[in-house]
Design a binder for this molecule. Structure first.
Ligand code: MN
Ligand code: MN
Length: 298
């Protein structure tokens, strides 16, 4: 890493911060999820950053990887606990950050748990700190408010064009004694819930990512692949973003994506959810260690 790369990370963080503010203003009871996602995404582009992934708006027991489809008619409801996860990239360097909101005060304590946990994690997040120390700090904070961390979701390393790099930053005390390294970037993202703290993959998939480009015969699949390579490269994308640009009919779009998935050209990110009726909160920021000093991006 050099000064210039640090600057790109900081710039990505600045845009992310502004996008979070935009999201907080825009997301209200009765607003369409689809309008919110598109509004935030347009805002990021206007502010000279790229989307590192489509805006995720996971609600209630959905912990991650939900973004509305182009047909989604869902609106934010009075009791919803909404996780807004935003990825911004400048020259490929990513700021990955999330916050939780609800219009109902009864969810405040659960939101507070993930916010406090993030602060506790950030506090011990220093070059040389062991991963298990960070997990332990996060878990303690969430448990102290009477909730559980989601044990099978974690933070991660960040790199140029790499959103989910090694290592995993645990949200529980595990036995990982690897240390935070200098001149590396990371995302910390505690999830708190009032359930067991374990997520499973759901049926719905709106987000995909290029895995490995290969020749493909089907015309629609090829068209989609060309667009993905040009527009998103290694970054995750949403089905609606493909549809908006290529205007394929639903059958051709679904067939094309299925074809790409079967040939392992693209990889799916299905929604990740806790049990029905459980509520999950998430707070996330990105950290860059440069010359021994830690920089918080958002
Ligand atoms: Mn992340
Ligand atoms: Mn994120």
């Amino acid at each position: 890493m050099d000064e210039k790369i640090l600057e790109y990370y900081l710039k990505a963080g600045e845009v992310n911060k502004k996008a979070q503010k935009k999201a907080r203003d825009f997301i209200q009871e009765g607003v369409l999820l689809l309008d919110a996602a598109e509004e935030i995404e347009e805002f990021i582009k206007k502010n000279h950053a790229k989307l590192a992934f489509p805006v995720n708006l996971s609600i209630n027991n959905f912990a991650a990887h939900f973004t509305p489809s182009s047909e989604c008619k869902e609106k934010f409801q009075a009791n919803d606990l909404i996780k807004v996860d935003i990825g911004t990239a400048v020259e490929g360097y990513i700021a990955d950050a999330a916050f939780s909101i609800s219009f109902n005060k009864k969810n405040d304590k659960l939101i507070q748990a993930s916010e406090n946990a993030l602060e506790a994690g950030v506090k011990v997040f220093k070059v040389g700190a062991e991963l298990k120390e960070i997990g332990s700090a996060i878990q303690k904070e969430i448990n102290s408010l009477g909730f559980n961390p989601i044990q099978n979701l974690s933070g991660h390393g960040l790199g140029k064009g790499i959103i989910h790099g090694a290592p995993s930053i645990p949200n529980i005390e595990n036995n990982d004694s690897r240390a935070i390294e200098d001149n590396e970037a990371y995302a910390i993202e505690p999830f708190a819930c009032n359930g067991e703290g374990f997520v499973r993959e759901g049926m719905q998939t709106e987000i995909f990512e290029l895995n490995e480009s290969k020749p493909i015969r089907n015309m629609h699949a090829r068209k989609i692949l060309e667009f993905i390579e040009k527009e998103f490269d290694s970054f995750p994308f949403a089905v609606r973003q493909i549809q908006k640009e290529l205007k394929l009919n639903e059958f051709n779009l679904k067939f094309g994506l299925k074809e790409l998935q079967q040939k392992e050209i693209i990889k799916a990110y299905p929604v990740l959810k806790e049990k029905e009726g459980i509520l999950v909160s998430q707070t996330e920021t990105s950290m860059v260690a440069f010359k021994g000093k830690m920089h918080r991006l958002v």
